[in-house]
Design a protein around this ligand. Structure first.
Ligand code: SAH
Ligand code: SF4
Ligand code: F3S
Length: 468
């Protein structure tokens, strides 16, 4: 699938800014908004841009979606359940709209970028007022203007998702921990995955733009930056003047930011240069999310992952040799078409061998248009559930053992706020990205402080602030 990468010019953005002004001045414009976000961090960050644009049009966030004038669903289509959840919520809102007919319902994001889904929405969900895909997110002001002036449904999906836009307004959810997208899209075409179809080709932002964004975040008080991309390890390779991801990390680490994380790394592109940068740069958190997906070579090949179990384990060995305290996490898929019990057990044994801090586990979900969806050998849902349960049990045991081994250690935690369950408890994230709760004073929120680990729950640590 060839797609042109389209860089959105300042003039095109100015056109959108003019639409934003017209919406702002329009008497029938929505006054409040509510964004419902599904999916990955990249989608969460897109929602921050959508919020930025809506605020630019004079709208304020509503506390509850039932009271909002404009409810926008930023959707995900990675698995069937992500789509069903979004459609369920949209349908639920239909009832609310009956009582508040001026309410506008919007749907955008990855789900809409699929042609079949856009057509389904058009025919089966007539109460949706505005819909647009991932590539034309920046045109929200124009679409909203059309919707409020024509009172017609605005469904705009450009088949090319490969746009690159700079300088959209952003309204950040977490002032302490900020996202920066360093590259968009994915060229890997893992056989099960829909992302390359709905997010377009890989396109890296210019390093100078990223560094400038990091500097402005530092100036406004950010402590941690997470650099985002579907495969950050191929950052810069689509661009003649591009620098490597390791060099980009180095540059961002010199902006004065206290901690950097990044997601996601594809194992096949994990370079020695990156391992070296991580090992020698104390600003980069010693945590790596390195999705393996499966532990069996036949399955890895059918998934088009382009590494073997042995290559993967060799990378893990190198990482651990360079950084003995590195926390590794992963993504795992069970019940890929044709997966036998023995092949599944190879995934279990790999998990035992690597000993991840934690893992996201998924049952394979066929996605229309991907190669795996055409493969024979669908696994019976009961077998699939049984496999995922066994895999989760193994990972839970390992997580427990790792957390137990941390008791007595002093970790550096970025204190993010008070615990949702108990107000007197502070909650933070360790360098390895593990949640830690401890009692302390709210004055510590926003600081990175040493905390001694005193115990743990199933996936969080408990601790006590170290007195200096
Ligand atoms: N770009 C990232 C992750 C993208 S999606 C990467 O390459 O690692 C996040 C995770 O969803 C994937 O790592 C994979 O484990 C899972 N996933 C993707 N497509 C899936 C599908 N069709 N069924 C089940 N899980 C899937
Ligand atoms: Fe999907 Fe593979 Fe790209 Fe990740 S690397 S987004 S799993 S195609
Ligand atoms: Fe979902 Fe799109 Fe992210 S499909 S996982 S929201 S890139």
């Amino acid at each position: 699938m060839r797609e042109e990468i389209k860089i959105i010019s300042p003039e095109e953005l100015a056109v959108q800014q003019a639409f934003a002004q017209k919406v702002l001045l329009h008497p029938e414009r929505p006054k409040t908004y509510y964004i419902v976000t599904y999916g990955c961090q990249m989608n969460a960050h897109d929602s921050e841009k959508l919020a930025g644009m809506l605020q630019n049009m004079g709208m304020t966030p509503a506390a509850d979606r039932r009271e909002a004038d404009f409810v926008l669903h930023n959707t995900c289509c990675i698995r069937d359940n992500a789509e069903r959840k979004a459609l369920g919520n949209v349908t639920w809102l239909k009832e609310i709209k009956k009582e508040r007919p001026h309410m506008l319902i919007g749907v955008c994001g990855c789900m809409i970028q699929q042609k079949v889904m856009a057509e389904k929405l058009l025919s089966q969900y007539p109460f949706i007022d505005v819909a647009f895909g991932t590539g034309n997110l920046y045109r929200l002001p124009e679409y909203l203007y059309e919707a409020i002036t024509t009172h017609e449904r605005i469904i705009r999906v450009d088949p090319n998702a490969s746009t690159l836009v700079e300088n959209l307004p952003v309204c950040r959810d977490h002032p302490l921990k900020s996202y920066i997208t360093v590259m968009y899209g994915c060229n890997n075409f893992c056989s099960y995955c829909i992302v390359p179809y709905v997010r377009g080709r890989e396109r890296s932002r210019a390093a100078d733009d990223i560094v400038r964004e990091a500097e402005s975040l530092v100036a406004s008080g950010a402590k941690e930056i997470m650099l985002l991309g579907q495969n950050v390890n191929s950052y810069g390779t689509d661009n003649e003047n591009g620098i490597s991801f390791a060099k980009l990390l180095h540059r961002v680490s010199q902006t004065g930011i206290e901690r950097i994380r990044f997601m996601t790394s594809h194992p096949k592109d994990l370079s020695d240069e990156l391992i070296d940068e991580m090992a020698h740069n104390s600003v980069i958190a010693p945590h790596l999310h390195l999705p393996v997906q499966a532990g069996n070579n036949r399955i890895l090949e059918a998934m088009n992952r382009r590494y073997t179990r042995e290559h993967y384990l060799e990378k893990v060995r190198k990482l651990r040799a360079a950084m003995p305290h590195l926390g590794l996490t992963t993504d795992l898929i069970v019940a890929f078409p044709g997966e036998t019990e023995e092949e599944f057990l190879d995934t279990v044994s790999l998990v035992e061998e690597v000993r991840y801090d934690s893992a996201y586990t998924f049952i394979y979900s066929p996605r229309t248009g991907t190669r795996a969806a055409e493969m024979p050998g669908r696994i019976d849902p009961e077998v699939a559930s049984n496999r995922i349960e066994r895999l989760i049990a193994v990972q839970e045991r390992i997580t427990g053992e790792i957390l137990e081994s941390m008791t007595g250690q002093v970790v550096l935690a970025l204190i993010e706020g008070t615990s949702r369950r108990r107000d007197w408890q502070l909650t933070g994230k360790t360098e390895r990205n593990i949640n830690i709760n401890f009692s302390g004073s709210e004055a510590d929120i926003g600081k990175i402080i040493p905390v001694r680990v005193t115990g743990h729950g199933s996936n969080t640590l408990r601790g006590q602030k170290e007195e200096d």
